[in-house]
Design a binder for this molecule. Structure first.
Ligand code: HOZ
Length: 434
């Protein structure tokens, strides 16, 4: 039996000091039950908690750890940068170096700015889009999550969906008013919104493959349709590639689907596990930013040298080894996603599997999952039971039905086999429980 006393004690102490014992709600395990393991260290695809339990990690710090934990070149890069100081608040050569790598991966990102999180990236992108177009509304999609800035919390995914919070207390309705939340994968709804608000919509922001209502791929032609509608309406198309960037391909969803956005936001992998985000896009749009233009945006730790070093080591590795990395991620992800799905089918547990490359979700529903409405048909209690059984067997999945699972280059065939076997036992227990 998995020991949990040390993690439980740490969790109890944290709850007296931090709301819910956490610094981000999705870590609290409220949707799946049980005390969250407190992590002591990670190496490769493994995590160890305070009680000494080892887990195969399928959330990878929610995306960044595509090369595994404590990947030696990333560790060395951070150590070397730290020896030269953790922060200057002044420019270093590493910013332009990483920016050039980003531009190589994303040709549509002609100019960019580094920030410290995905939320900062998306909120800044919307501010620039509003200034560029002179319009106030923006469209987002139900179940998509673009960070926790006020206007994004309307019908959002991730923890907002997990905890059933429709918007958020503290967001003035005057701000929420300018967010038009539409169903994902429904081009007709987008056409209707533009028809209802002619000349008033600044931008459409979308996760091109959604990760925050679980993994939901775009329907064939959907991203192209968004591209065409926004072009026709002279609105900007913003791809939030915080999750998909450098994961689905070196050039993210834009490379995979062959659709270019006017603006792109990145985070997670681009910082190699350190706090880092990016917003960028066409030159004429990015020239709106101070000190060149009238849109103000700033940050003491933006372009932080440790984050740049970790990002350069990570993105540089992906660039150099992309011919091996992405096919390997595809093969491993297909093996684990399909293997677990087969175990569910064998046990008669209804599961719908959505996957694009190294991100996927097992939805506990019979229905195809194409939007937040269909994702919501999932049996979240059954997901919780599955999550607990997998954790007890040493497999740490994202602790919500409304999150995508990830893997990285450090996962081995043995890890996949162990995961599928654990799932088989978990589903067999479902059958025994009736
Ligand atoms: N985008 C991540 C989860 N969907 C963020 C993780 C967090 O909220 O802590």
């Amino acid at each position: 039996m998995r020991r949990t006393d040390k993690s439980s004690a740490l969790h109890a102490r944290a709850q007296t000091l931090l709301p819910g014992g956490v610094d981000s709600p999705v870590r609290a395990f409220l949707a799946v039950g049980g005390a969250p393991p407190f992590v002591e260290r990670g190496l490769g695809a493994s995590l160890w908690d305070a009680d000494g339990n080892r887990y195969i990690d399928y959330f990878g710090s929610w995306g960044p750890m595509i090369l595994g934990h404590a990947f030696p070149p990333v560790v060395a890069a951070i150590q070397s940068a730290a020896e030269r100081s953790a922060s200057f608040g002044a420019s270093t050569a590493s910013e332009a170096e990483l920016a050039a790598l980003v531009r190589e991966a994303y040709p549509a990102v002609e100019m960019l700015r580094f920030v410290s999180s995905g939320t900062e990236a998306t909120m800044s992108a919307i501010r620039v889009a509003r200034a560029f177009t002179g319009r106030k509304y923006f469209i987002k999609f139900e179940g998509c999550y673009h960070g926790h800035a006020d206007g994004f919390l309307v019908k959002a995914g991730s923890g907002v969906a997990t905890f059933g919070i429709a918007g958020s207390a503290g967001v003035p309705e005057e701000i929420a008013h300018w967010t038009l939340a539409l169903p994902f994968n429904d081009l007709g709804a987008v056409e209707e919104a533009f028809a209802a608000h002619p000349g008033e919509i600044a931008a459409v922001i979308v996760e091109p493959v959604v990760g925050n209502m679980g993994c939901v791929p775009p329907a064939p032609g959907y991203l192209r349709g968004l591209r065409a509608i926004t072009e026709r309406a002279s609105a900007l198309l913003i791809f939030d590639e915080v999750m998909t960037g450098f994961r689905l391909a070196f050039g993210g969803a834009q490379e995979l689907y062959g659709v270019e956005a006017d603006m792109t936001t990145l985070g997670k992998i681009v910082g190699g596990g350190l706090p880092c985000g990016v917003f960028g896009g066409r030159l004429d749009i990015m020239r709106m930013l101070a000190p060149l233009g009238p849109v103000y945006q700033a940050g003491t730790l933006s372009g932080n040298p440790l984050a740049m070093a970790a990002g350069l080591a990570t993105v540089g590795y992906l660039r150099e080894h992309r011919a091996q990395v992405y096919p390997r991620l595809e093969a491993l992800s297909a093996a684990v996603a399909d293997g677990v799905a087969s175990e569910a089918a064998r046990a008669g547990v209804p599961v719908t599997t959505n996957r694009v490359g190294a991100m996927w979700t097992w939805f506990f529903t019979e229905e195809p999952v194409t939007d937040f409405g269909s994702a919501s048909t999932s049996d979240t209690a059954a997901f919780g039971r599955f999550h607990r059984a997998m954790l007890d067997a040493g497999v740490w999945l994202p602790p919500s039905q409304y999150e995508a699972a990830f893997l990285g280059t450090a996962h081995s065939d043995a890890d996949i086999k162990e995961t599928i076997e654990a799932a088989g036992k978990a589903f067999a227990a479902f059958r025994a429980a009736g």
